[in-house]
Design a protein around this ligand. Structure first.
Ligand SMILES: Nc1ncnc2c1ncn2[C@@H]1O[C@H](COP(=O)(O)OP(=O)(O)OP(=O)(O)O)[C@@H](O)[C@H]1O
Ligand SMILES: Nc1nc2c(ncn2[C@@H]2O[C@H](COP(=O)(O)O)[C@@H](O)[C@H]2O)c(=O)[nH]1
Length: 211
């Protein structure tokens, strides 16, 4: 049986949430445990946090460099978030998708809307909710990476971010991290089998049903 015809296009798997709900935690786990998905590394003008690596967590760039990339049409999408600029560079992703490479995006609702408008058929949108605002605050403090001022600004934006939940295909509450990760994994596995993504299926079925 010619199962080599069962190739498919890659998908764009988006994780969004209010800051601190845990999407980076889930994303890192997916990258570590799923051999078939690669991170879309965003460019940002925000300062690097302790432990972050340039080129792995983000491409850390100046505002001038970022503005030049915008002018050169170098982003799939970009947005201002918490006073800094963030964007998804086009390079690499386009060709990868065609070759069946899946990409993971940790981006906000504005970027999600833009990607969905541009590449609806390739996009899967997952929104992560915290179990409560109190727990969200505890997580931002517990992460130990942001000043009290930055944490206050992120908490002040949390409800506005949550109001965009209905722009997503799936919503998962991150109470217990294992449970949340398991659900996100199931979504990814199911979306990979979506009929419309399996571009070689028609030839495979034709062969199976040949008289
Ligand atoms: N289910 C969970 N229970 C308890 N703590 C968690 C859980 N999930 C994540 N955390 C912790 O909460 C903190 C925030 O998580 P994380 O950095 O993944 O959030 P984020 O949504 O990516 O935030 P940002 O948008 O600011 O990057 C981290 O210290 C992380 O270890
Ligand atoms: N629209 C985009 N949003 C992005 C991108 N990269 C990250 N983000 C979002 O920004 C906030 C803050 O992130 P942090 O790392 O500074 O805590 C968070 O909601 C990210 O999802 C991007 O390329 N485009």
């Amino acid at each position: 049986m010619a199962t080599d015809t069962l190739h498919r296009r890659g998908l764009m798997f988006i994780l969004s949430s209010p800051s601190g709900a845990g999407k980076t935690t889930i994303a890192r786990r997916l990258l570590a445990e799923d051999g078939e998905i690669a991170m879309s590394v965003s460019a940002t003008t925000r300062p690097m946090r302790p432990g972050e690596v340039d080129g792995k967590d983000y491409h850390f760039v100046s505002q001038t460099e970022f503005d030049r990339m915008v002018e050169d049409n170098g982003f799939y999408e970009w947005a201002h978030v918490f006073g800094h600029s963030y964007g998804t560079p086009k390079a690499q992703i386009r060709a990868g998708l065609k070759d069946g490479q899946d990409y993971l995006f940790d981006i906000d609702w504005q970027g999600t809307q833009q990607l969905h408008q541009k590449a609806q058929a390739d996009v899967v949108r997952v929104f992560i909710l915290p179990p409560s605002l109190e727990e969200l605050h505890r997580r931002l403090i517990g992460r130990g990476t942001d000043s009290a001022e930055v944490i206050a600004a992120r908490m002040a934006r949390a409800q506005a971010e949550i109001s965009h939940w209905d722009g997503y295909d799936y919503v998962v509450v991150n109470d217990d991290v294992e449970t949340c990760f398991g659900k996100v994994r199931e979504i990814l596995d199911a979306e990979r089998m979506r009929r419309t993504r399996q571009t070689g299926l028609i030839d495979f079925v034709r062969e199976l049903t040949r008289g």
